[in-house]
Design a protein around this ligand. Sequence first.
Ligand code: SF4
Length: 255
Amino acid sequence: MIRVWDRLDYVFQITPSLGQTRLRRLSMRIAEVYESIQGEGFLTGTKSVFVRASGCNLRCWYCDTPYASWHPEGEDRPVDELAAQIEAFGCRHVVVTGGEPMLFAEMLPLCQRLRDLDKHITIETAGTLDLPVQCDLMSISPKTSSSRPSPEKNARWAERHERTRHVPEVIRQLIDRYEYQFKFVIDRREDCVDMELYLQEFPEIDRGRVMLMPQGTEVDLLAAKAVWLEPYCEAHGLRFCPRRQIEWFGSRRGT
Ligand code: SF4
């Protein structure tokens, strides 16, 4: 099948083998759309509309949004309808997250529409897929080896996750084209070794844009990891990234 972009909301689908051409309305699967306050990264504290794409090419064992990865929920939403819903919040900042939003070619017209509406666009991605989207802040969360799901419980996803979680050419493209921040999810001290090896592979990454975020969805667990992770960041010229949304709202959907 060949997809030919025509206008913002529609694509022509051409299937040469069948001699068919049809017009299809653009839509992407969305788990939720809500307004809240950004709890992580450079824009912590900023009121934002969150658009959560449903579907992911990875399967981290600790995924805190399984309804957008392991068990994707939601409906296919037309891009024009989605843009109208976002606009109705009247909020300048929009965070397109997931799951993995860069899985969807519909991100191209959606982000173009958001740009036309003068929105500030943050895209949260694991950095394994590239699209030439409009974006003001590419928030990249690389997945280190400890994110792999259990091979005993899910051999197929464990193999696929390990094979696809690191795509250096995509990382180089993203940091070359966009303002960026890196958020590494740190579960245990050994993850810091993985993270440093990663940064050695990409000397062009500005360490001032690298944040280490404790893994977890409970305040006590996050606080326990912060005890050693925050000093590590200070000692190594990196930023500590609290998960403020957990402190503010707990681990709840729609926040
Ligand atoms: S990349 Fe993100 S959304 Fe996908 S499984 Fe990992 S933590 Fe979940």
